[in-house]
Design a protein around this ligand. Structure first.
Ligand code: BTN
Length: 324
């Protein structure tokens, strides 16, 4: 991806072929090939003879400087490394790799990208990740206490992400157990936490967060569930400001997590619970349990009231749906 070319075209204005070739520092033939690559990545280009080329609607491009300049001082102190990449397979995969090479205690490795070609969702699903439209963000952090210390972390991260959205004026976002960000019954974002290292001792956690910001029409076919995006909530934050806002919430959370655990986040999670007191089904493989959703217990397990009383369900195969 030629970033100089993109930076010129990002304003959505018309640019002549020669001006673009000059900006990219390449011949006109090479410039044409670059434009083709952009189109292949899903960028909607328009060309008019003797006028030039433009990106319809322009593009909100990410820079690391824009992200860094919007960080709180306390967050800046917790940043070990920030990478804002163009096109990669998965920010979680890259973040795991960088953690393997350069993880430091008390410092986050942060990886974001304009596009993921193999974005990972929960339960082996793909995460649709079109170019320069959404937020794909991974934060790597070292933990001492292994998997046990991470109980409830993904729920607390959900609260942190919703708070970041609220700070930017998105008042409609709620949570669906275990860690979907939703508006009503539509999915706005998701969280995927992956662990590497000693599951019983020092290890690295990668917190992957995806938010639909301005989902283009061409990408919608790949999504197999009801969804929405931030723009549809009536606000259009710059993606760099959104990333910084999420980091301002998530990095202090990670810093205190091993002391705090889920307990101080539980009440906030319940307040944002979109399915509280609703009739639900819990699906566990072929088994379906019908009941009423009664919030989460102190470990973050979902509590369902059935005819036999209240039962807690932990992650894994459990999924939650409204009863039809
Ligand atoms: C879900 O299925 O709800 C979780 C989706 C998590 C997607 C994010 S996008 C950034 C990070 N990199 C990935 O490959 N996945 C996560």
């Amino acid at each position: 991806m030629n970033t100089q070319l993109l930076q010129v075209l990002a304003d959505g204005e018309w640019h002549s072929g020669q001006a673009l070739a000059d900006a990219a520092g390449v011949s006109r033939v090479a410039m044409w090939k670059q434009l083709q690559k952009l189109q292949e990545a899903g960028v909607t280009l328009e060309a008019v003879k003797s006028v030039g080329h433009r990106i319809v609607g322009g593009l909100d491009l990410l820079t690391d400087a824009d992200v860094l300049s919007a960080l709180d001082p306390a967050t800046e102190n917790l940043m070990g490394e920030l990478q804002v990449l163009q096109q990669i397979d998965s920010t979680n995969r890259v973040c795991q790799e960088v953690m393997g090479d350069r993880a430091q205690p008390g410092k986050a490795i942060v990886v974001s990208a304009e596009q993921q070609t193999a974005g990972r969702g929960r339960r082996g699903k793909a995460w649709v990740s079109p170019y320069a439209r959404n937020m794909y963000l991974s934060v790597g952090w070292q933990v001492q206490g292994g998997a046990a210390a991470l109980q409830g972390l993904s729920l607390a991260i959900g609260v942190a992400v919703v708070r970041a959205l609220q700070d930017l004026g998105v008042a409609t976002a709620q949570l669906k157990w275990p860690n979907d960000v939703v508006v009503g019954r539509q999915k706005l974002g998701g969280i995927l936490i992956e662990l590497t290292g000693d599951m019983a001792g020092p290890c690295s956690v990668v917190v992957g967060m995806g938010l639909n910001v301005n989902m283009p029409e061409y990408a919608q076919d790949g999504i197999d569930q009801a969804w929405t995006d931030v723009y549809q909530q009536g606000v259009k934050p710059a993606r760099a400001a959104l990333i910084a806002g999420v980091l301002n919430q998530v990095l202090p959370l990670l810093k205190h997590w091993e002391q705090s655990g889920f307990e101080p986040w539980r009440e906030a999670w319940q307040t944002l619970d979109a399915y509280r007191d609703q009739p639900v089904n819990i699906l566990m493989g072929d088994k379906r349990i019908a009941g009423t959703e009664r919030g989460v217990d102190r470990d973050g397990a979902i509590q369902i009231e059935t005819t036999t009383g209240v039962q807690s369900f932990h992650g894994g195969e459990v999924s939650l749906r409204p009863q039809s």
